[in-house]
Design a binder for this molecule. Structure first.
Ligand SMILES: Cc1ncc(COP(=O)(O)O)c(C=O)c1O
Length: 361
């Protein structure tokens, strides 16, 4: 697919500088049960979890690191809650670029291990990601260190890394190409809001490019404990708000507003609104995605689906509307959330002659 031409300045990156690991072109799967259980007859999942490092952040890293190679930069400095770091670490390894990553204090062990496996230098910073002041200070420090000529600061927010983030816009162009029928709603999970902004903005661009009326509503979903964007969007506000972040959902803990104001503007321009869901409902949907759909995702990857199901339950989305929920990260990322799903499961260790008696069904 040629959607990468829609990423900012990407056509200027020479073929030999493009550091690809097979990102993008992710599958669409129709919901078999979960949508209908909530009255949504046409719910689809876009499995961004199928990207090479297990999250949509590979679209960001592909563009960011390819631009660094083009510019001859050899030191990447980054922040992450886990997935951006894993993606950057992989693409840096592929490009043999030095990779330094400041990680939020509570990042799941699976994400830390993944970053370390790719050989990145990982530094966990206390209160980073939950306290807005600490988070802003970390960003300021890294911004200073990233100013060296051989270096680039990579943060997965348009405010900081517009070249890399524009890679995320390809999700919308891909969706527009993958569906024969128009999509009515696209549900996206938001931490800082960059992905949601990218998707909404790309759909607005698509309408211009194709000279069509087709415009899916981009629906921004956040956990109640990180209400920087969704509440203000829903309530008609122009601007996002800093919060004290209380959600436990890794990847959606972004206490400060970075791309929030633009996310509100772009979602509203598509006709979409904001949706707040509890952590408990996200975990429940994560489990139901696994048990009822065969989709194995991390909690943040289930948030958009939780938003879609809740919106349907509350009558905010018509039962026949074509709705897409982005499943943004794979289940292997967050083993403690999977342990919680599996509390009712047993993993028996038996003698060989006891096997037949153990087979169910
Ligand atoms: C799996 C997953 N989904 C969604 C998001 C939210 O992205 P954004 O911060 O651009 O809103 C993240 C961010 O880390 C993530 O890791």
């Amino acid at each position: 697919m040629s959607v990468w031409r829609f990423a900012k300045d990407f056509t200027s990156v020479p073929e030999e500088s493009r550091v690809t690991l097979g990102e993008g072109d992710t599958p669409i799967v129709r919901s078999k049960r979960l949508g209908q259980a909530f009255g949504l007859n046409n719910l689809f999942f876009k499995l961004e979890s199928c990207n090479p490092t297990g999250s949509y952040k590979d679209r960001f890293a592909f563009c960011a690191i390819s631009h660094m190679v083009t510019a001859g930069q050899t030191r990447c400095i980054a922040t992450t809650s886990g997935n951006t770091g894993a993606a950057l670490a992989a693409y840096c390894a592929a490009a043999q670029i030095e990779c330094n990553i400041a990680v939020v204090e509570g990042a799941p062990i699976g994400k830390l291990q993944q970053m370390m496996a790719y050989g990145a230098n990982i530094i966990r910073v206390k209160r980073f990601g939950t306290d807005a002041n600490v988070t802003n200070d970390v960003y300021a420090t890294l911004q200073r260190l990233g100013e060296r000529d051989d270096s680039a600061l990579q943060i997965s927010a348009f405010t900081y890394s517009p070249l890399g983030m524009s890679g995320v816009r390809t999700i919308a162009f891909e969706l527009a190409e993958q569906f024969d029928t128009p999509i009515d709603h696209v549900f996206t999970p938001a931490g800082g809001g960059g992905m949601t902004w990218g998707v909404a903005d790309a759909f607005l661009d698509w309408r211009e490019l194709e000279r069509t009326d087709y415009l899916p509503r981009v629906e921004c979903v956040q956990p109640e404990g990180n209400n920087t964007i969704a509440g203000p969007l829903r309530d008609g506000e122009e601007r996002g708000q800093d919060v004290e972040c209380t959600t436990k959902i890794s990847g959606l803990q972004v206490a400060s507003v970075y791309d929030g104001h633009e996310t509100i503007r772009a979602c509203r321009a598509t006709g979409g609104t904001g949706h707040l869901v509890t952590d408990e409902f996200i975990w429940e949907v994560q489990k139901r995605l696994a048990r009822e759909e065969g989709i194995f995702c991390e909690p943040a990857g289930a948030a958009a689906t939780a938003g879609a199901l809740q919106a349907a339950k509350n009558g905010l989305v018509s039962g026949d509307a074509v709705s897409v929920a982005l499943v943004t990260g794979v289940g292997f990322k967050d083993s403690s959330s999977i342990e919680a799903i599996n509390v009712d499961r047993d993993c028996a260790r038996i003698e060989p002659d006891q096997l037949a008696a153990r087979i169910t069904g």
